[in-house]
Every structure is written in C-alpha cells, then in structure tokens.
Design a protein around this ligand. Structure first.
Ligand code: F6P
Length: 497
C-alpha cells in the first residue's frame, strides 16, 4: 500500500468557481449525484476533475476501500477501544451475526412499544426522554423533523443537568400518564442519572405509587440499569459496538419509534441502509459521502478553512446543525492518528450553522464579505412541510438557491464596502421530500462522510477521550478538598463559599 501523500491536494491550483464552470460544460454531471430521494450538488465547490483524481489517489493510498469493508464487516475499527463500530448493522448492513443481534434487539423494542400502546403501563400520554449527547440529539432531531403534526404522545427530551431544563419539560406533564425513558449507553452519565432521579422524585411527590414502573432504560449496559432500579422487562439493550453519536438507529431511537410509529422507524432504518449500500457499492466519483468528504478535506487542507457552515432551509431540520456538531466534531476532532502519531495537519473543521432564511438576516454578512472563507452547505426539501400559501415554500427554496449563487458570483462595485468578492463555495443537498426514509438516508450520509474524512486523515472517528478530563475534574471539584489553579479555586469559592 502506498503512503498517503497530501502534497498533491495542497498543490491543487486555486481556480475560481466561475472559471471551473466556464471551462467544463459537463461540470454539473461530474459533481452531482442522486441517492434515496436526495440530490447532492457539489458543483459550487472547488472540486474539479484534477482534484478528484488527486483525492482518489489519496483514497487508494489510505486504503479507504479496505477500511470501509472492515467497518461493515464488524472488525475492530475503533482501535483505541478495541471494538467494532456497528451502527450500520442496526439498519441491516453488517456481518450476519451483528445484523441478527440488532434485529433481535429491535424486536424486543417493538414488543415493549406494542405493550405500551396496549396500555400495559397505564394510559401513557407523555414521554419524558432523559439522555445527553448522542443519547438525546438523534431522537430529538427525528421527533422534531418528523413528528410535527403531533400524535398520541407529547415528547420532551431533557439533557442539560440545569434543573431549568427538566422543570420546563415536565411543567405540563401529568406524572401519572408519563413514561420516563432513561437513555444512556454507559448508564453512568452524571447529568442523565441526576435528571432521572429528579424525575422519579417528581412522580413520588405527585403520588405515583410505583415510579420505577414508568421507567424504560435504553442502554448498552443493561446490568447497570437493572442495578439502578429498572425492571429487566423494560430494559432495551443495544450493542456496545454502537457508538453514542451513532446510536439513534438502536433502542436510543425508542421515543421516535413510539411517537412516530414502528413503520416510520423501519423506513428510517431502510433509508439509512440505502445510503450504506450506495456508499459501499458506488464508484468513488459519484459516491455522495465520498465526494462530500473530498470537498471537506479540500477546504481544510488546501484553503485552510477552520469552519464549515450548515444551513437547513427547512424549519423541520433546524436541529440538524447541532446534531452534526456532535457527529463531526466528536468523531473527527482529533490530534493524533489511529496509531497515536501527531496527525500533523488540520482535522475536523468546526461545524456550525443555523436555519434559513433567519441566518441570512444575522450571520450571512460575514459569509459574503468577511475575511473568513467558510464552505457552506444548504439543506432543503422540495415538498413543503406546511399547508400555507405556496409562496412560503417558494420563497424559502428561492432564497437557498440565491444565496449559493450570490456567494459564488460576487459583484464588483467601485465602493469597496458594497463589493462582493464572490468565489465562495457551497454544497446543496436537496431532498424530494422529508420523510423517514430520506431523513435516514441523510443522517447515514453524514455518518459515512465523517468516516471517509477520518479514513483519509488516518484518525479513529469512534473514540472521544477528549471529553474525559473535564468530567474527571468536575468530579474532583464536586468532592472538594483539591486545589486547581487560582482562578478556578476563586470561582468555586465564590459560588459555594
Ligand atoms: O461525554 C461524551 C459522551 O460520552 C458522548 O459520546 C455520549 O453520546 C454522551 O456522552 C452520553 O453518554 P451516555 O449515552 O453513555 O450517557
């Protein structure tokens, strides 16, 4: 295997976007692809045929194909923790054993959902989902995107240890008609367990006789959940090899499966599987996650961009940017390679973003005229989610497309304050409609794009040791008796005396 050599990427000439379009009549065909009801347009990025060649050489030298097969085969690709990363098995793509195990866990989840629907736990109307990070962001995105018309259950997702979050969530809930879903892969996370204890107290204070009887645990550590007090019959396990930020496909997706219905959850899994098959079987040149990762790496390595902006031009996808922040920054925000060497080049850019058209009236000034080059991503849906006059959705889409055009075109002006430099890149992701299948495919696209970025950089996207030191110091500060530094000691004294 050749060694990955980035000099060809770093040396790619910086040809303006308008010239790239002028020079190649087939540019649109070269840099667009369609998968699972989603159109991906990378033509307003600076990728061109030469850049694709350079990246494909890099992909070969980094053994992308081998790493991809190892991922799907359930090999221990998470080398620092010595385990596999088997989120694709949850959607039916993986080794036979892992797919069968995931299917068995799904069947158990479905059984419990059927029992809840049949009121085996009483007349449940509210679902209080307690989890944090990957144990909250995924289900929250799914329910916010797909459950807008409401349904049988009100769902509240609580993550922050700040009591204001839990208080707000339960303000309108009837404790006698509430199901608490405690979601924690490890079942050791301080915030989650404290929120869960407080939710049980709230039930007790309101006369619920058997609060634990209203609790479901979603976890890869079933023994810990049982020890904490959840009855074994209401523990929904998932495999240890499913990472937290990749876990919405597992029992962590329980509130979405319950609130949206089992058929919707299955369609979500199938959409994800469709994207997996595309990623696995399609030539790199028309492979959506691969092209997206190439563009990401072009901007970090050749143009030294430090951030990337994601703007959902659809209110239903407003939680996509925070979801992607965890997925991309926790996965690829690393400083060493999988074998522990300094990586020696920028890794994940900072993912940020918001919702269009709101962001246009707040942060787009910097994007059009500021000194930072920020590759942008517009995510939009052709079918509207609202029933108002057609003009609402038309204005929404027109604005998304116009922003991409304006950023690229720029405009000269004798007054520098009124001039637009242009040549600013964007990717557009256009869904035919937003339904469980397309959302599943979209989320899997982002997962696989993150994987390709990691594979080419030679880093492990599946660990997150960076979060541990802060947790450890919080535990020590909580215990007391330990000095930190003059500033921290002073802050602790001011707050707690
Ligand atoms: O602290 C980071 C993290 O471990 C994330 O990776 C994870 O999604 C989150 O905390 C929650 O962890 P758990 O599901 O184990 O409670």
């Amino acid at each position: 295997m050749a060694t990955a050599d980035w000099t060809a990427i770093e040396a790619l000439p910086r040809i303006p976007l308008k010239q790239l379009f002028a020079d190649d009549a087939s540019r649109l065909a070269l840099l667009t692809t369609d998968v699972a009801g989603i159109h991906f347009d990378f033509s307003k990025t600076h990728l061109d045929a030469a850049a694709l060649d350079a990246f494909i050489a890099l992909a070969k030298a980094s053994d992308l194909a081998g790493k991809r097969e190892a991922l799907f085969a359930g090999e221990p690709v998470n080398v620092t923790e010595g385990r596999a990363a088997e989120h694709t098995a949850e959607r039916g793509e993986g080794s036979d054993d892992s797919v069968a195990r995931a299917a068995a866990y799904h069947a158990r989840m479905r059984g419990l959902i059927d029992a809840i629907e049949a009121e085996a736990l009483g007349p449940i109307r509210h679902i209080l989902h307690i989890g944090i990070g990957g144990s909250a962001l995924g289900p929250e995105l799914l329910i916010d995107a797909l459950g807008r018309e409401g349904g049988r259950y009100d769902v509240a997702i609580v993550s922050n240890v700040d009591g204001c979050a839990l208080e707000e969530a339960i303000a309108d809930f009837d404790p006698h008609a509430t199901l608490i879903a405690v979601a924690s892969k490890t079942f050791t996370t301080t915030e989650t367990l404290l929120n869960a204890e407080s939710a049980l107290d709230w039930m007790r204070e309101h006369g619920v006789e058997d609060p634990y009887g209203h609790v479901v645990a979603l976890t890869a550590a079933p023994d810990k959940a049982i020890e904490w007090g959840v009855d074994e019959t209401r523990v929904l396990p998932f495999a240890e090899s499913v990472g937290g930020r990749y876990s919405l496909w597992s029992s962590i997706g329980f509130p979405a499966a319950l609130a949206l219905g089992w058929d919707a959850f299955e369609a979500l899994l199938e959409g994800g599987a469709e994207m997996d098959r595309h990623f696995r079987l399609t030539d790199l040149r028309s492979n959506a996650p691969v092209l997206a990762a190439f563009a990401d790496l072009y901007y970090t390595q050749n143009r030294h961009c430090e951030t990337r902006g994601v703007f959902a031009y659809d209110e239903r996808l407003r939680l996509l940017p925070p979801y992607l922040q965890q997925l991309e920054m926790e996965s690829n925000g690393k400083g060493v390679t999988a074998d522990g060497q300094p990586v020696g080049r920028p890794t994940a850019p900072i993912t940020w973003g918001g919702v269009g058209t709101d962001a246009q009236h707040a942060v787009f000034q910097l994007l059009h005229q500021g000194t930072h080059l920020v590759p942008l991503e517009f995510v939009a849906v052709i079918e509207p989610g609202d029933d108002l006059a057609e003009d609402h959705h038309r204005q929404l889409l027109i604005n998304a497309f116009a922003q991409g055009a304006a950023l690229m075109a720029g405009r000269a002006n004798a007054d520098p304050a009124r001039a637009y430099p242009g040549d600013r890149p964007s990717t557009t992701i256009l869904l035919d409609e937003l339904d469980p299948r397309t959302l599943g495919a979209l989320i899997a696209f982002y997962e696989q794009r993150t994987f390709v970025g990691a594979a080419l950089l030679g880093i492990n996207p599946f660990d997150q040791f960076g979060v541990e030191l802060g947790k450890e110091m919080a535990r020590a500060a909580d215990k007391g008796g330990q000095d930190f530094d003059p500033s921290t000691d002073d802050l602790i004294r001011r707050a707690f005396g």
